[in-house]
Design a protein around this ligand. Structure first.
Ligand code: S3P
Length: 179
């Protein structure tokens, strides 16, 4: 089976819309959705902000890697990941082995706009939140740049992003196109 029909893995910076698009794409395809951040919170019994505050980022990353490893197994799943999940090489390998990875490509300015009202991302919280976002965004540029299928999300509704992904997975393998 073409691995693109096995799982679809959404990656991208905070605010790209991975959770929303993941739910809508799964419903369009009749597949299951796994939101790895939600699953981490379910397993820990507390919010991601609380995991960072009480247990530290390394504990969060370990739990994230375990949740992602499990999510990558099976098929017919849309997996919405946290923005840093595939920075872990084992996670990236596992997701790429069983799924078609799609980058939801949000610009720095649009991410800033979308996240301005949110305080729940520990890496982007605090008084200098905008500066933190800009620094994290730039430090992730090379990482996100490696994914071959990308859908630009600025100016698109979640429905339009879903359309772009569905169009792409119906193309013959190798015929990717930035959308
Ligand atoms: C993170 C992104 C968050 C969440 C955690 C760490 C990151 O998910 O996993 O706060 O490292 O970029 P979203 O991408 O859904 O904001």
């Amino acid at each position: 089976m073409d691995k693109r029909t096995r799982n679809i893995v959404l990656v991208g910076f905070s605010g790209a819309g991975k959770s929303t698009v993941g739910r809508m794409l799964a419903s369009r395809l009749g597949w299951a959705v796994v939101d790895t951040d939600a699953e981490i919170e379910r397993r820990a019994g507390k919010s991601i902000a609380a995991i960072f505050a009480e247990d530290g980022e390394p504990a969060f990353r370990a739990l994230e890697a375990a949740v992602c490893q499990q999510a990558s197994e099976g098929d017919r799943k849309v997996i919405a990941t946290g923005g840093g999940a595939l920075c872990n090489d084992d996670t990236k390998r596992a997701m790429q082995a069983t799924g078609h990875v799609v980058l939801l490509d949000v610009s720095e300015e649009e991410a800033l706009r979308r996240l301005a009202a949110h305080t729940d991302r520990p890496l982007l919280a605090g008084e200098d939140a905008a500066a933190k976002l800009r620094a994290l965004y730039r430090s992730r540029a090379t990482f996100y740049g490696q994914f071959e299928q990308r859908v630009k999300v600025d100016g698109k509704t979640p429905d339009q992003v879903v359309d772009a992904i569905v169009t792409d997975i119906q193309r013959p393998a190798g015929a990717h196109q930035d959308r």
